[in-house]
Design a protein around this ligand. Structure first.
Ligand code: ADP
Length: 591
């Protein structure tokens, strides 16, 4: 292993901006005060020790924020408030909800303490971004992006003996992967065997390929399907991901086929990060890849990176793995490439992390990489209109259960378990908003009210969810034609019983006869960009002439070779893990 040339020091650079505002005029009294703020999942409760106009200590005593993405906010914001004596602390991008909840809770506590809250708020914004002292360095392998693909590649490269650094521009690892449920489709898995479900990698490949409009290169799809089970077993047995004992059944699969980590996205990313670090992979957060360094022969030999105004070059002796994800959060790019949907301008929300803006695609294009399938952009059909993010409480649509979508007229319009593009098209044809309805029996079978108690409460308060005893009541609540809704539900049940669904549903054949009823309001959101850099079966990046760009590998959503014009649900995690591992092994061997 090569000697690492840099030893970087993490410095917490709290820019304690001297501010023009006067010192807070606070009461001379003091004590410890509890305050609450609304978090993503539940109230965040803090205890603030406040004495003689000074915030002595901020401690988070209760929260239910998801592990992973909110960790950064939880670990940095209280310290930043104390250090800066300010409530004008930068929120952590990607964890805005959690950041704001902490700030609100501290404000609440300070109000109770009788402090001059406004003066704490009126300071200049304080940055709580961690700064890494950058120096030029040499590694065998440089991985760009610490999502599922990048971390899988990093671990495999490291286990093959390479020195590896992962460069991640955000203050946390995980990208879109940590925001997902990390469901991984794999044929012949341990749960299918237990449940006697017949399946094969050939069926999975065929369904992925057909689901993607037969646009993808079938041999690339075969690689994902043939290696998905081994990838899931690797995550479970080698990395330590803990899986649920049930299967997930997304539209486009003929059988229940996907396994899901108990702790969903964080349940995959956190063990990968821990494993990587324990095995000697360096993960540099807050560090952005800017451009490739290419030698005279056209080989990628390194990457220029930046952190808070500093720049450095990381030389990659064996090669670079590009794993920076797609471009779903880049409004300009998705609007420019989109040919299918009426618009993907800023009026359409996204389920993506704000980091997923196509950096790596542009970097690769700049050195001649071939971009393919860029026009194919997937909309997730049904999301919370307040956030653009999918609902956990829409689980009946991927659990083989009952659920129908209706429009304002109270009529169904699509097969609710069809593939995502079909459902998204259906919802857009209703003007972009639809309502999902299921009953108590469905919620009980999936244990939804216990598992998602916080989400139900939050959505009820936000006005996007309602529960009532009768169909008429849920219809009235959202101004839906109640008479039609009752007739729609009768017709749905008849169709299911007679195996003759009006919209051709052949799976999730579950009747819903009795209330109470649950209703969610939903809109489409940009979810996945199928296009990206072209790779071959070795995860090597190809140029526009079809030749390999030496020294450059890619895996995950940044690539455009796997999913055609529509990614079948739960196949992304299979893809990023399979091709992440292939990229990692091959770059390590690329001496
Ligand atoms: P995948 O599913 O392909 O692994 P993810 O969205 O999960 O993709 O992860 C991509 C990661 O790449 C994210 O953590 C994102 O913050 C990171 N990233 C994106 N652009 C850059 C960049 N320019 N430099 C470093 N990291 C980046």
């Amino acid at each position: 292993m090569k000697k690492l040339l840099n030893s970087f020091i993490a410095v917490l650079a709290l820019t304690l901006a001297a501010c023009g505002t006067s010192e807070p005029q606070n009461t001379a009294t003091g004590g410890t005060f509890k305050g609450t703020g609304k978090g993503r999942n539940a109230d965040v409760v803090v205890e603030v020790t406040y004495t003689d106009g000074k915030i002595e200590n901020v401690e988070i005593v209760e929260h239910s924020e998801s592990a992973g993405i909110s960790d950064e906010a939880i670990s940095t914001i209280p310290a930043a408030i104390v250090e800066s004596q300010s409530l004008a602390v930068d929120t952590v991008s990607g964890a805005t909800f959690t950041s704001v909840a902490i700030l609100d809770a501290v404000e609440d506590a300070l109000t109770q303490a009788g402090a001059d809250v406004e003066s704490f708020k009126n300071k200049e914004v304080v940055s709580n971004t961690e700064t890494v002292a950058l120096e030029d360095a040499t590694y065998d392998v440089v991985v760009l992006g610490a999502g599922g693909a990048g971390l899988s590649a990093a671990v495999e490269a490291r286990n093959a003996g390479a020195s590896v650094v992962v460069v991640e521009k955000m203050p946390y690892a995980g990208g879109n992967t940590i925001l997902s449920y990390a469901e991984l489709a794999c044929a012949n898995n341990w749960l299918q065997k237990e449940q006697g479900i017949e399946d094969s990698p050939e069926n999975m490949a065929q369904e992925m390929w057909e689901g993607g409009g037969k646009v993808a290169d079938k041999k690339m799809v075969d690689i994902v399907a043939n290696n998905a089970l081994e990838a899931a077993e690797w995550l479970k047995d080698e990395i330590g991901v803990e899986y649920q004992d049930y299967l997930v059944w997304e539209g486009g699969h003929s059988v229940p086929r996907a396994v899901e980590p108990v702790a969903k996205g964080p349940g995959m990313i956190n063990p990968l990060v821990d494993y990587a670090k324990e095995h000697g992979v360096e993960i540099m957060l807050n560090t952005k890849a800017e451009e490739f360094v290419v030698n005279d022969e056209g080989r990628v030999v390194g990457v220029k990176v930046s952190n808070n105004g500093q720049t450095a070059t990381f030389t990659a002796t064996n090669g670079v793995v590009l794993a920076t994800g797609g471009f779903g959060a880049n409004v300009e790019m998705r609007d420019r490439y989109n040919t299918r949907w009426q618009t993907l301008d800023a009026s359409v929300l996204t389920t993506n992390s704000p980091a997923i803006v196509g950096d790596g695609i542009v970097m690769a294009e700049n050195i001649g990489a071939n971009l393919i399938n860029m026009e194919h952009i997937q909309l997730y059909p049904f999301n919370n209109p307040l956030t653009g993010v999918f609902y956990g409480i829409e689980a009946p649509s991927w659990s083989g259960e009952g659920l129908i979508y209706v429009n304002k007229d109270g009529n169904r319009f699509v097969n609710e378990v069809a593939m995502r593009d079909v459902r998204a098209e259906g919802i857009l044809a209703q003007g972009g908003t639809a309502y999902a309805i299921y009953n108590q029996a469905v919620a009980d079978r999936l244990n939804l009210e216990e598992e998602f108690a916080e989400e139900y409460a939050r959505c009820l308060e936000g006005g996007v969810f309602y529960k009532a005893d009768t169909l008429e009541e849920i219809a009235d609540h959202f101004g839906i034609n109640a008479e039609n809704l009752v007739a729609t539900m009768d017709k749905y049940n008849e169709g299911i019983k007679n195996n003759n669904d009006e919209f051709g549903r052949t799976t999730s054949m579950v009747t819903m006869e009795e209330g109470p009823w649950f209703i969610l309001e939903g809109v489409v959101s940009v979810h996945h960009t199928m296009g990206g850099v072209e790779i071959n079966e070795n995860a090597e990046v190809l140029n526009t002439a079809g030749s390999v760009i030496e020294g450059l590998f890619a895996a995950g959503e940044v690539t455009g070779s796997i999913h055609g014009n529509n990614r079948v649900g739960t196949c992304a995690i299979a893809d990023i893990t399979v091709f992440g591992r292939i990229a990692g092994k091959n770059v390590a061997a690329n001496k």
